[in-house]
Design a protein around this ligand. Structure first.
Ligand code: NAD
Ligand code: IPM
Ligand code: MN
Length: 353
């Protein structure tokens, strides 16, 4: 198969880890006889520095023309000045919106050999396998905002159609998994959450009555992720709640450096981004964990190219290196560790079998 990838490395460790995803994809192309090509484009702080904008038009055009987009991370202290008027994060929000990537899939997959890296007790980790569906192009992230006279506001609003389209995807995924769907909201306080609850309940009742469906308030969910994470299968939630809960859930696995995500729309290329950020504290040290970015490459093959065997081969190789004891510092629990490139070398060696 021929496929074009747009590669938006971004800032900090973004380009360091995305380069490792590209290495793995190049290897898979050779192994499975595919013709993959890669084109780089600017996003985030580096784009502000060279172009004055966090999302240059050329980047959007390149992404649109690609079969899949690999993204690293954006942001960093250099661009944190609140008076600057432009921020790297605008690039990320902008590309999600431009490509209408309304569904952000964040799988929480536990690696038993990483139990030491998680602050949770091993018995809590047994059987954890959660798939978050985070709404990605609506809600408070995209609401009207402003400031005046020492006050600030940002509006949270959702339409029925925005809720329905992501709930349908999440419900279909639940049906193909364990048949359990959990809506997380704040319907005891927020009007948009009350819309989510009504629309989701109606849709599940009408179209997915076979699902084991429940609703959990977001504050309680923050607790349940620590106390009974193995009770959840597919979780669907609004943009902001999904952002916060998945960083929390990363610690069930052991590190943000392990979590990939797939941002999908109803057509066009998907965008595949680690859940983690640009990690300015370790950028340039060569110690970033590349596994989230490598697992993003697997998700790109599965969701944008339909190459299931290749995606599964990458995931199996990641499991092999973890079982073999390779650890970047974030998952080493104080023990011996390797760097970004060595970890990727090991994944490629494992792909060779
Ligand atoms: P962060 O995810 O960058 O880092 C949080 C902690 O996790 C840090 O200690 C970091 O060293 C560690 N970490 C993250 N990824 C790692 C990896 N692959 N390997 C090893 N350790 C890793 O979050 P932050 O520090 O709150 O944010 C830094 C910047 O990143 C901010 O500008 C923020 O806006 C941005 N950000 C971008 C994205 C994205 O582009 N998708 C996501 C989150 C945050
Ligand atoms: C994420 C990040 C982004 C978000 C930021 C950097 C805009 O935290 O992808 O989780 O909040 O969506
Ligand atoms: Mn986040």
């Amino acid at each position: 198969m021929q496929a074009r990838f747009a590669v938006l490395g971004g800032d900090g460790i973004g380009p360091e880890v995305t380069a490792q995803g590209v290495r793995v994809l190049n290897h898979v192309a050779g192994q499975f006889d595919h013709d993959f090509s890669f084109d780089d484009a600017l996003i985030g702080g580096v784009a502000i520095d060279t172009d004055g904008t966090a999302l240059p038009r050329a980047t959007v055009d390149l992404a649109r023309a690609a079969d899949a987009v690999l993204l690293g991370a954006v942001g960093g202290p250099k661009w944190d000045d609140p008076t600057a008027g432009v921020r790297p994060e605008q690039g990320l929000l902008g590309i999600r919106k431009e490509l209408e990537l309304f569904a952000n899939l964040r799988p929480i997959t536990v690696f038993p050999a990483l139990a030491d890296a998680s602050p949770l007790r091993p018995e809590r980790l047994a059987g954890v396998d959660i798939l978050f569906y985070r709404e990605l192009t609506g809600g408070i992230y995209f609401g009207d905002s402003g400031r005046s006279d020492g006050a600030a506001y940002q509006v949270m609003s959702y339409t029925t159609a925005e809720v329905e389209r992501i709930v349908r995807l999440a419900a279909a995924a639940a049906r193909a998994r364990l048949g359990k769907l959990t809506l997380v909201d704040k319907a005891n306080v927020l009007e948009p959450s009350r819309l989510w609850r009504q629309v989701t309940t109606d849709l599940v009742t009408a179209e997915y009555p076979d699902l084991d469906f429940d609703v959990v308030l977001v504050d309680a969910m923050a607790m349940y992720l620590l106390s009974r994470p193995s009770d959840f299968d597919v979780v669907v939630t609004a943009n902001l709640f999904g952002d916060i809960l998945t960083d929390e859930a990363s610690m069930i696995v052991g590190s943000m450096g392990m979590l990939p995500s797939a941002s999908l729309g109803s057509s066009g290329p998907g965008l595949f981004e680690p859940v983690h950020g640009s990690a300015p504290d370790i950028a340039g040290t060569g110690l970033a964990n590349p596994l989230a970015a490598i697992l993003c490459a697997a998700l790109a093959l599965r969701h944008s190219l339909g190459l299931e065997a290749e995606a599964a081969a990458i995931e199996a190789a990641v499991h092999t290196v973890i079982d073999d004891g390779l650890r970047t510092p974030d998952i080493a629990a104080g023990g011996a560790s390797v760097g970004t490139v060595e970890m990727t070398d090991a994944v490629i060696a494992a792909l060779n079998g």
